[in-house]
Design a protein around this ligand. Structure first.
Ligand code: HEM
Length: 224
């Protein structure tokens, strides 16, 4: 078999792919948070809309966006393949497979959180991305302001952000483990970086959601 296919089909290859795609997706979240902070500028979303227009119109950014969506897809498909492999390996190894005995609570929680993050992403893309990229809406900030005037969205986002934080926390732990970086030497720097990603980034998004709910200063448009 071609070495590339041998690598992506091996268990260690799948784990490495999971780690790298997860780390790149986490970096996207930092950029996304920085862009979203423009919503707080108090200029009725002008700066945010200018940023969103730039992101939507620049061909280099559009190519990066295709890269981002492909990374999300690879992360999901590879995660399902890894889960399937582990499951088959356990079935072969133990004869009778008992879920409770053979999977740790943490790995089950990772699968559950992954499914919930995916559900959140589908709702999120339908709520904002479809308006920005498919319907070509120019005033995307007003849509964001209108959505976060609704308590149900605020609660949904806050719960989703806790789940995102959980998924990132354990994702970071296993990524660094897989890449052999969870050693004494790097322990404190890795702990610091992962706290930034799993705690500070979701907390930043949560702050935006709560801030917009309580200030709600911008014109409210009707959104389906
Ligand atoms: C305060 C919370 C958030 C707000 C207000 C927000 C807002 C938006 C908006 C307006 C868009 C579409 C326009 C654009 O691409 O700029 C978007 C796209 C997107 N958001 Fe969010 N977002 C939030 C949190 C999140 C979180 C927590 C995640 C992931 C866990 C996420 C993942 C994405 C992705 C993957 C896209 C598509 C990006 C692309 O294709 O360029 N967002 N978001």
């Amino acid at each position: 078999m071609n070495p590339f296919f041998r690598f992506i089909n091996s268990s260690v290859g799948k784990k490495i792919i999971m780690s790298f795609t997860g780390l790149f997706l986490s970096i996207f979240l930092v950029e996304h948070l920085a862009g979203n902070l423009l919503l707080l500028k108090g200029d009725n979303g002008e700066a945010f809309n200018a940023y969103a227009m730039f992101m939507g119109g620049n061909p280099v950014v559009r190519i990066m966006e295709i890269g981002l969506l492909s990374l999300i897809l690879v992360h999901i498909v590879n995660g399902i393949r890894l889960w399937w492999n582990n499951r088959s390996a356990r079935e072969k190894g133990y004869g009778s497979y008992k879920l409770q005995e053979n999977t740790t609570l943490q790995s089950r929680m990772m699968k559950l959180s992954a499914a919930l993050v995916l559900f959140f992403l589908i709702v999120h893309m339908r709520t904002f991305w479809v308006h920005a990229r498919i319907f070509g809406e120019h005033d995307i900030a007003s849509i964001v302001y209108a959505k976060f005037q609704q308590g149900i969205y605020v609660i949904f986002y806050l719960i989703a952000l806790v789940v995102v934080g959980y998924h990132l926390r354990h994702g970071f732990q296993s990524a660094f483990q897989t890449l052999g970086l969870r050693t004494k030497k790097y322990y404190s720097i890795i702990e610091f970086v992962s706290v930034l990603f799993w705690l500070a980034v979701p907390a930043g998004f949560a702050f935006i959601v709560v801030y917009l709910y309580f200030t709600g200063s911008s014109p409210v448009v009707s959104v389906q």
